[in-house]
Design a protein around this ligand. Structure first.
Ligand code: GGG
Length: 347
C-alpha cells in the first residue's frame, strides 16, 4: 500500500485542536481510498521556545526534509513569546528553506455559509509570493532604545523570485478561467513594484491566452469587496498577499474557512499545508475552533500528493457538513461536532 510520511506541527493555541481534527479526517480519507498516511508529531511551538530558547531544534529543517509533506496548525502565543520571534523562528524559515514560493489560498463560499457581501458567486484563488519581498527579514535597528534609534526593514524582490511566482500565477489562470490580476503599488513604490509590473508585462506577451490586469493593492482591496465575482487568479507579493487573503477569508465567511498550501512547485522539498488563521489565544481552550480551514488545507495536501479522489472526498464531506448548517456560524458548533460530521460523510 502506498504510504506517505507526514510531519505534524500543530504549533500553538487552536493549532492543536484543528490539526488533530484534520489528521483524523485525512486518516479516514486515506483508509477509504486505499493508501496510508504515517504521521510524526513535532512539538515545535512557543512552549518549545520557552523550554529550549528556539522554536525548533537547530537540525529542524533537515529533520523535516525527509517527509512527503508538512501539516501545520498555527504559530504564536504573543503573551509569552513575541510574534516576530515565533514567526521568524518556525513558519518563515520552513517556507524559505524548502522554496515553498507559492502560497495558494482559495476564497469561495462553502454551501450554507453566508458571507458579509451581497455577491456570493465568487471563486478566487490568491497566489501569494512566499519566500522574499517584504518578509525577507533583511534589516536592522541601531541606537536601540535611544531617541536616535533607526529601524530599517528592506523588501527584497529578485528577478528569479518575481518571475517564478508570476509564472505560477499565469499557469493557475490557464488551468482555471484564464484571468490573472497582478497586484502591486507601483505608483508609490517605484522600484520593486515597477519591476514587478515590468515582469508581468514581459510574461503577458508569452501567455497571450491569459487576460492580465494590473491593480494597485488598495484598488484590489476595494474590488474584493465590491466586485469579487470579477476576479479569478490574484497574484501578489508576500505582504500584500498576506493582507488580501485575510480580506478573502472575511468575504468567505471568516478565517475558519480559509485554507492554504505553501507549495514547492519543483518538488525538491516538502510542501506545507496550514489554515490561514493563527493560534487564536482568546478561544484556544474553549473547544470551538472551526477545523474546516485545517481540514480543507489537508485536502490540498492530498491533492498535491496526487491523491485527487481522496482530496475530492474530503471537499465533498466539508460541503455536506456546511450544507447541513454545521460549522457555518462561529461558536455554534464545537470543533468535535464539526469534525464528527465531516468524518461521518467520509466513512
Ligand atoms: N496558520 C499559520 C499561522 O499561524 N498563521 C499566522 C500568521 O500570522 N502567519 C503569517 C504568515 O502567514 O505569513
Amino acid at each position: 500500500m502506498k504510504t506517505y510520511s507526514i510531519a505534524l506541527l500543530p504549533g500553538d493555541g487552536i493549532g492543536n485542536a484543528v490539526t488533530e481534527a484534520a489528521w483524523d479526517v485525512l486518516q479516514a480519507a486515506a483508509k477509504a481510498s486505499d493508501f496510508a498516511l504515517e504521521g510524526t508529531f513535532f512539538p515545535w511551538s512557543c512552549d518549545f521556545y520557552k523550554q529550549t530558547g528556539a522554536m525548533m531544534p537547530s537540525d529542524g529543517i533537515e529533520t523535516l526534509r525527509r517527509f512527503d509533506a508538512i501539516l501545520l496548525g498555527a504559530v504564536g502565543w504573543p503573551a509569552e513569546v513575541p510574534d516576530s520571534v515565533s514567526l521568524h523562528g518556525l513558519l518563515l524559515p520552513i517556507r524559505k528553506a524548502f522554496t515553498q514560493y507559492a502560497n495558494i489560498r482559495p476564497h469561495r463560499l462553502l454551501p450554507g455559509v453566508s458571507g458579509p457581501l451581497k455577491s456570493s458567486a465568487f471563486d478566487i484563488v490568491c497566489i501569494r509570493e512566499n519566500t522574499e519581498g517584504e518578509y525577507s527579514g533583511a534589516g536592522g535597528r541601531i541606537h536601540q532604545g535611544t531617541l536616535n534609534e533607526v529601524a530599517i526593514e528592506t523588501s527584497i524582490f529578485t528577478w528569479k523570485g518575481v518571475e517564478r511566482i508570476l509564472r505560477f500565477g499565469f499557469e493557475q489562470a490557464r488551468a482555471r478561467n484564464g484571468r490573472l490580476a497582478s497586484v502591486t503599488k507601483s505608483n508609490a513604490q517605484r522600484y520593486s513594484m515597477v519591476f514587478w509590473d515590468e515582469i508581468t508585462q514581459m510574461l503577458a506577451s508569452e501567455y497571450s491566452d491569459i487576460e492580465v490586469t494590473s491593480y494597485h493593492v488598495d484598488a484590489m482591496a476595494a474590488r474584493m469587496v465590491m466586485a469579487p465575482e470579477t476576479l479569478d487568479v490574484v497574484v501578489a507579493s508576500n505582504l500584500f498577499g498576506d493582507i488580501l487573503t485575510d480580506l478573502g477569508a472575511a468575504i468567505q465567511g471568516g478565517l475558519g474557512f480559509a485554507a492554504s498550501a505553501n507549495i514547492n512547485p519543483d518538488r525538491t522539498a516538502p510542501s506545507m499545508f496550514e489554515p490561514v488563521h493563527g493560534s487564536a489565544p482568546d478561544i484556544a481552550h474553549l473547544g470551538i475552533a472551526n477545523p474546516i480551514a485545517a481540514i480543507w488545507s489537508g485536502a490540498m495536501m492530498l491533492d498535491h500528493l496526487g491523491e485527487k479522489s481522496a482530496a475530492q472526498r474530503i471537499m465533498a464531506a466539508i460541503e455536506a457538513t456546511t450544507g447541513a448548517g454545521i460549522g457555518t456560524i462561529p461558536g455554534n458548533h464545537t470543533t468535535q461536532t464539526i469534525t464528527k460530521s465531516v468524518l461521518q460523510t467520509i466513512a
